[in-house]
Design a protein. Structure first.
Length: 71
C-alpha cells in the first residue's frame, strides 16, 4: 500500500519528535536542579527549532488546503 508520502516529510516529523523529547528532558533536568529560568529558555529554544523545521510541512499543508477550495 502506497500512501504517496514524501520521505523528507516523514524524516522531518521524526526529527521534530526527537527535538521535543530532548528539549523536554533537558528542561526537566534543569528544573530539578532549581534553574527554572534556564528551563524556560530551553523550552523556548526547542519550540523555535520545531517551528523552523515545520515550516515546509505547514507550507505544503496550506497549499493542499488552497487547492481543495473551489475557485
Amino acid at each position: 500500500m502506497n500512501a504517496n508520502v514524501n520521505l523528507v516529510y516523514v524524516e522531518t516529523i521524526l526529527k521534530i519528535i526527537g527535538i521535543a523529547y530532548i528539549a523536554e528532558f533537558a528542561a526537566q533536568i534543569t528544573k530539578d536542579a532549581g534553574q527554572g529560568a534556564i528551563a524556560s529558555k530551553i523550552e523556548l529554544g526547542g519550540k523555535i527549532m520545531i517551528l523552523a523545521m515545520a515550516i515546509p510541512i505547514l507550507t505544503l499543508l496550506i497549499e493542499t488546503i488552497v487547492k481543495l477550495i473551489p475557485s
